[in-house]
Design a binder for this molecule. Structure first.
Ligand SMILES: NC(=O)c1ccc[n+]([C@@H]2O[C@H](COP(=O)([O-])OP(=O)(O)OC[C@H]3O[C@@H](n4cnc5c(N)ncnc54)[C@H](O)[C@@H]3O)[C@@H](O)[C@H]2O)c1
Length: 387
């Protein structure tokens, strides 16, 4: 696990996924066996790694990535480093014959993202990309509504994502400073459009075209050491997507808004038979039959209490961490050949949308999103024996 001392690496991938899987006694496999992940924490700083390993009861850590990749007993390489370091390290792991699982975005250019996908295919390793939002309890409830035909014909979608990220003066910033420097792989378009790609593609249909306007609302911030730096990346993105079937989806993504919502991300879907608003955990819906008859009359107080006219979609089981659900799926994919559709080509689709979003902003115009095909392999596909 490389990049595990970072924000996502520590909280989501180590503590709430791998350590949680170990604590629950592993992952049950179809044949009755149990899989127990045995991670090596990899990074640059030995002291940090040791402290992290000890805090989580992990026995192995290393500052020698090459050495770990050369070890035939190590089967999977995981990467949650900062984005600009991903391609090189994942490529190195694939070339060493490891199965790879990594954070999004898989690269900062579509070309490199497609290269990684075709290299993994050529080498016959299994590969996966984090698409955590699909497994959030709120979005799983929304998926149930879609699957049950609750909406009938979906007309439009509105996504509202964001919160105020402090500039670092006085109150420290709650996100790493590289997020606000384009030269370090930062920017909300590169960060969030890959999420909106897989959310929309998987839940409501493929994205056909987009228009995106970015902004750098806060031009100067303070870094982790308190030093001022120029924010060279976008900190807000206002994007409209056209989906197959004419569905219009508009997403506001911003690190410069204050929250007046129930959750930090909300997705409203309006269909002919009903509407729903899904957040990270909750999802509420309103059916055609209990839709109030709203009448525009600003001269009188509105008698409708609109928020109370939605019903909650129930949570059947205890909600699981979204990252952990996907980790268990990937581990079963590697060991038991379970299907896992969230691969490096899917990851490249996210990078494609981000790249087109930046282009649309630059050129101030709508762009089509071409269908993305896997590049033909230079070598015939072959299955590597498990290391
Ligand atoms: N799935 C999600 O919802 C989600 C959310 C946030 C971030 N991310 C992605 O996760 C990745 C990490 O983001 P983060 O917020 O955890 O960042 P972070 O800055 O907190 O962590 C980055 C990690 O990379 C390591 N690193 C940085 N520079 C390095 C170098 N020169 N050599 C070796 N290691 C180096 C750091 O030590 C750290 O372990 C990013 O690619 C980001 O896009 C995903």
């Amino acid at each position: 696990m490389n990049g595990v001392t970072g924000r996502m690496g520590t909280r989501q991938h180590l503590a709430r996924s791998i350590v949680a899987i170990r604590k629950q006694g592993g992952v049950a496999l179809p044949g009755g066996e149990t899989l127990m992940p045995d991670p090596i924490l990899v990074g640059r700083n030995e002291k940090k790694l040791r402290t992290l390993a000890e805090a989580h009861g992990v026995g192995r850590w290393s500052t020698d990535l090459e050495g770990c990749l050369a070890d035939p007993d190590t089967e999977i390489y995981f990467d949650s480093q900062t984005t600009t370091r991903r391609v090189e390290a994942v490529r190195q792991a694939i070339e060493a014959g490891k199965h790879v699982y990594c954070e999004k975005p898989t690269a900062t250019s579509l070309d490199e993202a497609l290269d990684l996908a075709s290299l993994a295919r050529e080498r016959g390793v299994k590969h996966g990309v984090v698409q955590d939002k699909l497994f959030l309890p709120g979005l799983l409830k929304l998926r149930r509504l879609v699957d049950e035909g609750f909406f009938d014909r979906v007309l439009s979608v509105r996504g509202e994502f964001g919160y105020w990220v402090f500039e670092g003066e006085g109150r420290p910033s709650q996100r790493p400073s590289w997020n606000y420097r384009a030269e370090d792989g930062g920017g909300i378009i590169v960060d969030m459009l890959p999420h909106w790609r897989y959310v929309l593609d998987n839940l409501l249909g493929p994205i056909k075209a987009l228009s995106c306007l970015g902004a750098t609302h806060i031009p100067e911030r303070r870094d982790e050491a308190g030093a001022p730096y120029e924010a060279t990346a976008d900190d807000a993105a206002y994007a409209t997507f056209e989906l197959e079937g004419g569905i219009v989806a508009h997403f506001n993504s911003s690190w410069c808004v204050r929250v007046n919502r129930d959750e930090l991300f909300e997705l409203q879907v309006d269909g002919t038979e009903g509407s729903a608003v899904a957040g990270l955990r909750d999802c509420k819906a309103q059916h055609r039959a209990n839709t109030p008859k709203a009448v525009w009359n600003p001269d009188l107080p509105d008698t409708n209490d609109y928020r109370s006219q939605w019903f909650d979609i129930p949570q059947d089981d205890e909600p699981e961490n979204a990252f952990k659900i996907q980790w268990e799926m990937f581990l079963k994919h590697v060991v038991a050949d379970d299907p896992f559709p969230y691969d490096l080509l899917e990851g490249a689709r996210g990078v494609q949308l981000a790249e087109l979003g930046l282009q649309s902003w630059r050129e101030r115009r709508w762009l089509d999103v071409p269908e993305l095909e896997a590049r033909p392999s230079r070598e015939p596909e072959r299955e590597l024996g498990r290391a």
